[in-house]
Design a binder for this molecule. Sequence first.
Ligand code: FUL
Length: 477
Amino acid sequence: MALALVAACSCGGGRAPEALAPVPSPSQISWQQDEIWAFIHFGPNTFSDSEWGYGDADPAIFNPSRLDCEQWVRTFEAAGIKGVILTAKHHDGFCLWPSEFTDYSVAASPYKDGAGDIVGELAQACGRHGLKFGIYLSPWDRHQASYGTEDYVRYYQEQLRELLTRYGKISEVWLDGANGGDGWYGGACETRNIDRRTYYDFPKIHSIVHELQPEAIIFSDGGPGCRWVGNERGIASETNWSFLREGVVYPGYPYGNELGPGHEDGDVWIPAECDVSIRRGWFYHSEEDALVKTPEQIADIYYRSVGRNGKLLINFPVDREGLIHPVDSANICEAFRIISEQLGNDIMAGARASASESRGRRFSAGKVLDGHPDSYWSPKDGTLNASLEFTFKGKKNIDRILLQEYIALGQRVKSFAIEYNDGDSWQPVSTSEQQTTIGYKRILRFDPVEATALRVTITDSRACPCISSVRAYLAEK
Ligand code: FUL
């Protein structure tokens, strides 16, 4: 008996917690680990100075003189961005690839005398630099005469198949929810209303994506791969569950405030994607050259998106030459430098970790400091309130804490509390941010403290917490 016990302890060190549904797919985990992707809005709108083209722009206006997808991708690489989504077709119906199903495309434009293919050029540049690639194919199409009929639904599906089979691996498909009603529609110039829930046959669209690109994440207001965060400012809710109740939210859904926090009692894993433009508009307008978000503003958005269990999708309006404007590219690179500097020096390195309780050696407090994304601290089954303590050598100045759950086993933590020891007693950190959900990543900003120790208490959880990482920083020097 004694021998058997010794054997169990030395090889196992405790049994892993059961997964708590819903859980993410491996593609959803890797999607979230990328943290920041770029968005590109480019098309006739760039040349007509509009945001929502009516669908009647002459393809002759689409004439980028120096288009260079290498320049876009080099900018993203320098800014630590891991992938890019291109508006292959926006609401105006113009296609940035030579689709065999319409003449309304780059093939009818002066760009490369009609021999260009911007989807292909960007896909290749991403391949050369190891970036992932995704496409935006607007369901609403203000150009096509057939819009509103079954023929258009077939047309959309054929175009989707084309994009998913011609360009190698597609890692995300963006299904926008806008349906403004009026448009050119082959010259009819009228308002067409469709039933947003049923017209596009989204189950069929999803099955085409799953068949042709099984690892692609499908974005829409309600997923199924990831959901819209509910605003276009790139800001996630402080309380942010990566779940929705199945079948409730669909593209164009008359959403309330629920897309931000998600459904705490949801049954499907649909994490929040936070889209925002580096400028005001999605498309390029020269009068916005002076309105590019500053590096500090972008860093703040990072804290409010990635730092709140979201993924950041930041848009670059490519200009009329076909380039990312130098101010946009300088500001995103500087933002990346600021974030890397602020979160570059982990004060936990060298700290001693202990826990109020652990389920075994494999799940001890030290696992949150070992840098392995797949190791984690966890207390016993049924323990919903437990704490981790970190003792420093001497006093440390701290104003950020970064927490991560091991989300492969589900998102669990409902609330937590951060305290520091000033040498005499434990005090709460001073912050205006809620200490609620954690998820993949949560970064809490607080007034600087001088601490001999830090304590992270999980005060409530859906099941025993599984914490894979705790880091601390002094960002504002
Ligand atoms: C919205 C669209 O209507 C905008 O033009 C833009 O593409 C944005 C990302 O999504 O719904």
